[in-house]
Design a protein around this ligand. Structure first.
Ligand code: MN
Ligand code: MN
Length: 322
């Protein structure tokens, strides 16, 4: 049977990395946007994977189930051409669902090396990564692997209620609030070329990163936010990390450390959709904790953000700049 005759479960039945299949939105094998479930990285542009870790949280756990929730929430996005793009990103962009990173949750000191190895394997193929947390700690080993692959320091574009630069000089700590302190100290990221959007928690020292706090975004608007991001990052290789608690709890209740006063989903989507000029080398969406979610609000928001990231990658591939 040819791919275009497949009805249902394209995730495990489609042969080509390209194109979409006909699915009942409410049923079937739940890969992200129905992409092929495979570990074969030949010819892959973007590998989606999950890192189901939530041992690094400071408040409510549950983000280990984030990857499953985002996959389940992506079904509607696989039915129609994504809005407002108006194209099927998979006509041009080869995207797979690589499944989840395996690590030994009962042997905490092995977790960071396991995530680094997971990322190294994917990046060595030439594919880019779109990763679902898990809590935000996962971005630290992902940054280590991306800096190895793309050269350090990278720029960081970081959406969050929290700066995640609180001091932490313990080399083996699992902490979802200190990764970017370590990333600056270790030269993985250049703070002068990095931007944090949506911050609304205090730190005495933001480690030199450029902070566009949530009040700044509300006062100055989304267009000014996009302009500041582009001005600061320019054409530097940039890793984009989206902690879903950047969104206000009204728009993302399903997360471990919600903080009032955040961005709307509409604000965040407009920002993401206008990042096409950036030289994006890696992406993640983290901190979705479905046990605190209502009506999948948070997971659906995360799936849309991830879909828009893939649409940016599709445009880059078509333009020859991926
Ligand atoms: Mn965070
Ligand atoms: Mn956060």
């Amino acid at each position: 049977m040819s791919d275009d005759q497949i009805k249902g479960d394209g995730a495990i039945r489609r042969q080509s990395l390209y194109g979409s299949s006909i699915e009942n939105t409410y049923a079937g094998v739940l890969s992200f946007m129905r992409r092929n479930y495979t570990r074969n990285l030949d010819g892959v542009d973007v590998a989606v994977s999950g890192i189901p870790l939530d041992l690094s949280v400071t408040y409510r756990s549950g983000a280990r189930q984030g990857p499953q929730a985002i996959r389940a929430a992506s079904v509607q996005l696989a039915e129609l051409k994504p809005y407002p793009w108006g194209f099927d990103p998979f006509d041009d962009l080869a995207v797979i669902d690589y499944g989840d990173c395996w690590f030994d949750a009962h042997n905490p000191l092995t977790i960071k090396p396991s995530i680094i190895e997971h990322a190294r394997t994917i990046l060595a193929s030439g594919a880019k990564m779109l990763t679902f947390g898990g809590d935000h700690f996962v971005t630290y080993p992902l940054l280590i692997a991306h800096a190895e692959n793309y050269g350090k320091p990278l720029a960081l574009l970081h959406f969050d209620a929290h700066c995640d630069t609180w001091p932490d000089d313990e080399p083996d700590s699992l902490n979802h609030g200190t990764m970017f302190y370590k990333a600056v100290k270790e030269g993985l990221i250049d703070p002068a070329k990095s931007v944090q959007v949506g911050i609304r928690t205090w730190n005495d020292d933001f480690m030199g990163l450029n902070v566009l706090g949530a009040p700044w975004v509300h006062d100055n608007g989304v267009d000014a936010t996009i302009a500041e991001i582009k001005k600061t990052i320019g054409d530097a290789p940039v890793y984009v990390t989206f902690d879903i608690d950047c969104l206000d709890p009204a728009f993302a209740p399903g997360t471990g450390t919600p903080v009032p006063g955040g961005l709307t989903t509409a604000q965040a989507l407009k920002i993401i959709r206008n990042l096409g000029d950036l030289n994006i080398v890696g992406m993640d969406v983290v901190e979705v904790a479905p046990s605190y979610d209502q009506s999948e609000i948070t997971a659906i928001a995360a799936a849309h953000i991830a879909c828009d990231m893939l649409c940016l990658m599709r445009n880059k591939k078509v333009a020859g700049t991926l």
